[in-house]
Design a protein. Structure first.
Length: 73
């Protein structure tokens, strides 16, 4: 596969990007539900990741933090 990519991009440098674009359009037209299925698979994991990184309580500050700008000791 890499050999084909290298030889085609070296032989036809002006047409290479058009070929990649045509391949992308062909795949999307051939498998129209693949993107939606992928989004249904990935979205719950993204939501879970976002909710796991939120602070558990309050605004995230602890009692011993220097929030008022006073120098730390």
């Amino acid at each position: 596969m890499n050999f084909a990519k290298t030889s085609l991009s070296e032989s036809f440098p002006q047409l290479w990007l058009f070929g990649l674009g045509a391949l992308f359009i062909a795949v999307v037209l051939a498998f129209p539900t693949a993107c939606r299925d992928l989004a249904d698979y990935v979205q719950p994991r993204i939501d879970r990741l976002i909710t796991s990184r939120k602070p558990k309580s309050g605004n995230g500050w602890t009692d011993n933090s220097v929030a008022d700008g006073a120098p730390a000791e």
